[in-house]
Write a protein that binds this ligand. Structure first.
Ligand SMILES: Nc1nc2c(ncn2[C@@H]2O[C@H](COP(=O)(O)OP(=O)(O)OP(=O)(O)O)[C@@H](O)[C@H]2O)c(=O)[nH]1
Ligand SMILES: [K+]
Ligand SMILES: [Mg+2]
Length: 368
């Protein structure tokens, strides 16, 4: 039996199994088995897997990258070309784009790399089409634009999501607040700081046993944690990436139809070809990227608002700020003065290397 058939069998059995207390253990086992098979499926039998393959790996530039994922001919290249001014072939036939095409767009002073990708088809993680390479690139992006054709958005949305999920990409989700610490002995210890709604002891035990984990501490701090969350933590190779649903070709539908589309969370309706609502799309991109702009103020002078130093959230300390200007600066720092949201007061706060900056802060570096 092939892995794909085995997966299908388990999915069928899960569909047939009623979800209740008595079946928690059984369902937990099935879910863990399924996760292991899916891993087998995407693990490369020869060459790469995580890597892109010829033409898929492109040089990364800019502070963050946005990957365009979608079925063929939904308008990915039309959008990317107009957004960045970089040429990427557009045509009415499917699979016009055959490789990663990079471009750059400057948003609020920050250069953002845009990666136009080939269309994917259902069964991408079964390596049909170029799905595997496309999704491998998507896995390394800071934001994914899932581009949908408004004439068939909902069905396509589900399919694309499940292709990405199959590759360990978790969209618009935080890593689960679950800790699994394996030990040499002592059996299994499960503790939860919150009442659990989707996970019970039987289910947890089944999953651990399927992974042959006999000694460990499990600490759960998330009330709605699911068996899949636990499996994600055990598997450990998941990536958590924000996604925006770009509903393209709104020029082809009526206002009434458009009203319904607005109900899809994290979505922006646009027309790439007619350049409709692109401003909202860019603003949404900016917010989803969650970048931190820092303006430099030389001592005794006005801040330079034209050339922000752009940092990523979580890597926005004074040290990160110094390093992004020049490797030596952090060593020479006596202290920094900060104005803005991260500062305790408006007079300018004296801070050290580990101070965390916020978007639009102003910084003066004082050297030793
Ligand atoms: N009506 C309408 N047509 C569009 C829009 N954007 C793109 N198209 C058309 O859709 C077709 C496919 O556009 P592409 O940009 O090549 O689509 P793609 O997603 O890059 O396609 P592949 O690279 O083949 O996956 C072309 O005929 C475009 O002119 C839009 O906003 N409205
Ligand atoms: K096309
Ligand atoms: Mg294209």
């Amino acid at each position: 039996m092939t892995t794909v058939q085995k997966i299908k069998d388990i999915e069928d059995e899960m569909d047939k199994t009623q979800k209740n207390k008595a079946t928690s253990y059984h369902l937990g086992l099935l879910k863990a088995k399924l996760a292991k098979l899916r891993r087998e499926l995407i693990a490369p039998s020869g060459g790469g897997g995580g890597g892109g393959g010829v033409g898929f790996d492109v040089a990364r530039t800019g502070i963050a990258s946005v990957g365009f994922v979608g079925f063929p001919s939904v308008g990915k290249s039309t959008l990317m070309s107009k957004l960045t001014g970089t040429h990427s072939e557009v045509a009415a036939y499917e699979f016009t784009t055959l490789t990663t095409v990079p471009g750059t767009v400057k948003v609020h002073g920050a250069p953002i790399q845009i990666l136009d990708l080939p269309g994917i088809i259902e069964g991408a993680n079964d390596n049909r089409g170029r799905g595997r390479q496309v999704i491998a690139v998507a896995r390394t992006c800071n934001l994914i634009f899932i581009v949908l054709d408004v004439l068939k958005p909902l069905g396509d949305k589900k399919l694309i999501e499940s292709e990405l999920e199959g590759f360990g990409i978790r969209l618009n989700k935080k890593p689960p607040a679950i800790l699994v610490r394996k030990k040499e002995k002592g059996g299994i210890n499960i503790s939860n700081t919150v009442p659990l709604t989707n996970l019970d002891m039987e289910g947890i035990k089944a999953i651990l046993s399927e992974y042959r984990i006999n000694n460990c501490d499990v600490a759960i701090r998330q009330p709605d944690a699911t068996p899949d969350d636990l499996i994600d933590v055990i598997e450990g190779n998941r990536v958590y990436i924000p996604a925006v649903y770009v509903l393209n070709k709104i020029d082809a539908i009526s206002i009434e139809e458009l009203d319904l589309l607005y109900k899809i969370p994290n979505s922006v309706p646009v027309s790439s070809r007619e350049w409709m609502n692109i401003d909202e799309l860019i603003e949404t991109m900016w917010e989803a990227l969650d970048l931190v702009r820092v303006y430099t103020k030389p001592r005794g002078q006005a801040p330079d608002y034209n050339q922000p130093v752009v940092l990523r959230r979580g890597r926005s300390s004074i040290e990160d700020f110094c390093n992004s200007i020049h490797k030596e600066i952090a060593k020479q720092l006596k202290y920094a003065i900060v104005w803005g949201a991260s500062a305790k007061h408006s007079r300018g706060q004296k801070v050290g290397l580990d101070h965390v900056l916020e978007d639009e802060d102003v910084v003066t570096i004082v050297k030793k």
